[in-house]
Unconditional design. Structure first.
Lengths: 115, 113
């Protein structure tokens, strides 16, 4: 079974621009979560989607948003990019939400660099 | 607020040495516990998980972890490490019915051949 697929793998943007990252979960998985990984802050939860609904949101500004489509694919958008948004953005999918004891499986991530 | 603390940031061992990485969490309710590993240039992979039942869980590649509820701990162990175990290890906690994982800061393990 194919793993979690994230596109693009690398992205370079400048301050003030916006960016959209894409995540295709493992087939059959309906829950998608996003994380930001930086050397200073480590892995931080951004948001979780299940059945096209945002179920949880982390402590990130409103510039960070996401959505999930009916096929469970998810996109994450960051507007008005700042230098501090440079990070590895990870997507994880699971069969259901946390309540059904299923672990999350991670993609390779999108490396976003802000100039 | 929930948090996860990993005691060691950087561990250096020789091959065949035993490994124990500490992990403590702060949450009083029901939790799911995980250890993930990130090999250089690769994605996060699940090493093992604890949901309920036997507090001693076995994972892939000879790793195991013990959940001690009274100590809010979930330490990772391996009796004999190999050079290929060089990687970054993350402890994570998930509470309740959410999909939100809270990660520790990670421990970089370097195994010398």
């Amino acid at each position: 079974k194919a793993g979690v697929t994230q596109t693009p793998r690398y992205l370079i943007k400048t301050r003030g621009q916006q960016v959209t990252l894409s995540c295709s979960p493992i087939s059959g998985h309906r829950s998608v979560s996003w994380y930001q990984q930086t050397p200073g802050q480590g892995l931080q939860f951004l948001f979780e989607y299940f059945s096209e609904t945002q179920r949880n949101k982390g402590n990130f500004p409103g510039r960070f948003s996401g959505r999930q489509f009916s096929n469970s694919r998810s996109e994450m958008n960051v507007s008005t990019l700042e230098l501090g948004d440079s990070a590895l953005y990870l997507c994880a999918s699971s069969f259901g939400t946390g309540g059904n004891n299923q672990p999350q499986h991670f993609g390779d991530g999108t490396r976003l660099s802000i100039l | 607020a929930q948090s996860v603390s990993q005691h060691n940031h950087h561990v250096i061992l020789s091959e065949a040495a035993s490994l124990e990485l500490g992990c403590n969490y702060s949450y009083g309710g029901t939790v799911n516990l995980f250890w993930y590993v990130q090999y250089p240039g690769q994605h996060l992979q699940l090493l093992l998980k604890y949901f309920s039942g036997d507090p001693l869980v076995k994972g892939i590649k000879g790793f195991e972890a013990e959940f001690i509820k009274s100590k809010f701990s979930f330490n990772l162990r391996k009796p004999s490490v190999q050079w290929s175990d060089t990687a970054e290890y993350f402890c994570a906690v998930r509470s309740g019915n959410t999909g939100k994982l809270i990660f520790g800061q990670g421990t970089t393990l370097q195994v010398k051949p």
